[in-house]
Design a protein around this ligand. Structure first.
Ligand code: GDP
Ligand code: MG
Length: 285
């Protein structure tokens, strides 16, 4: 399964610049003031023949109110869904208490992260990066996101270290893979269950329902398929959870993994932005 890398760090350290460079897109908003990139951005990159999904995030700070809180929540969700994290800091700004706080949280989440010190252009690299070893890392990757310096070394280390998920690979081998995607609650699991003729998939009322996609072998007219139900389930009576449970990362991975995608839409609600966004992802893939 395609690895997912999340770019996290304080606002303005150069996350979007790196994202744009790696994905070859101009999509992520790059700006000279903090807080502009409100939403997570997703993109695909191919580096040295390795493909990966990248998530650009809005920026982390300790502030826990307003826009900052929302951005932070999104960033932490991206972290949780990622195979590895590129934790970016700013060489010019030096080590800040927020950087230390982010490192601590990443450790408590048990996520492997690579410490990327950006903006080392025009400075003495060794001197600039020394203080960042206080974050307790073994390796530091100094880069210049704007000019591409150091990025190849970084990506070789990262993509060499992210192992594919063997279990999913093995389970997903059989026949034509059909992924069912759609917003939370449009009826994906219900549809898959109907196709299977049994209650194999729905786990939505169980506590701790996972966000992972579920791969189910399926045979029809002597042909072998694998149905992939992307999670988007919610717990009963907790509508506000629906959006949080929706995992765009798992959905993108399942789309990437599929031969055919079924995009399910809720007729009673009509087309909404998220449907169009998903459709765009399917077409891109
Ligand atoms: P983000 O908030 O972490 O996404 O940061 P951005 O990518 O929006 O970058 C913030 C600012 O830093 C922009 O003005 C960039 O042009 C600048 N910047 C990004 N990378 C570099 C770099 O390697 N060197 C220098 N000097 N500036 C950079
Ligand atoms: Mg940004």
């Amino acid at each position: 399964m395609i690895p997912v890398l999340a770019l996290v760090g304080r606002p303005n350290v150069g996350k979007s610049t790196l994202f744009n460079r790696l994905t070859g897109s101009r999509d992520a908003i790059v700006a000279d003031f903090p807080g502009l990139t409100r939403d997570r951005q997703y993109g695909e990159a191919t580096i040295e023949g390795h493909r990966c999904l990248l998530i650009d995030t809005g920026g982390l700070s300790e502030a826990d109110h307003g826009v900052d809180a929302l951005m932070a929540q999104q960033s932490w969700q991206a972290v949780q869904e990622a195979s590895a994290v590129l934790f970016m800091v700013d060489a010019r700004a030096g080590l800040t208490p927020t950087d230390e706080w982010i490192a601590k949280r990443l450790r408590s989440l048990g996520k492997p992260f690579y410490l990327v010190v950006n903006k080392v252009d025009g400075v003495n690299v060794d001197t600039m990066i020394a203080e960042f070893y206080r974050l307790g890392v073994e390796a530091i990757y100094p880069i210049t996101a704007t000019h591409g310096r150091g990025i190849q070394d970084l990506m070789e280390a990262v993509l060499g270290g992210v192992a594919p998920d063997e279990e999913v690979l093995a389970a997903s081998d059989a026949g034509i893979k059909v992924t069912v995607v759609g917003r939370p609650n449009v009826g994906k699991s219900t549809l898959v269950n109907r196709m299977l003729g049994e209650e194999r998939v729905v786990a939505s009322d169980l506590p701790g329902t996972t966000r992972d996609s579920i791969y189910v072998p399926y045979e029809r007219n002597g042909k072998q398929y694998t149905l992939i139900d992307t999670a988007g389930v919610r717990r009963r009576g907790r509508v506000t959870d629906a959006v949080e449970k929706f995992s765009i990362v798992k959905t993108l991975q399942a789309i990437d993994d599929a031969h055919v995608v079924v995009l399910l839409i809720d007729a009673s609600e009509g087309l909404v932005d998220q449907d169009m966004h998903l459709m765009g992802q399917v077409l891109d893939s």
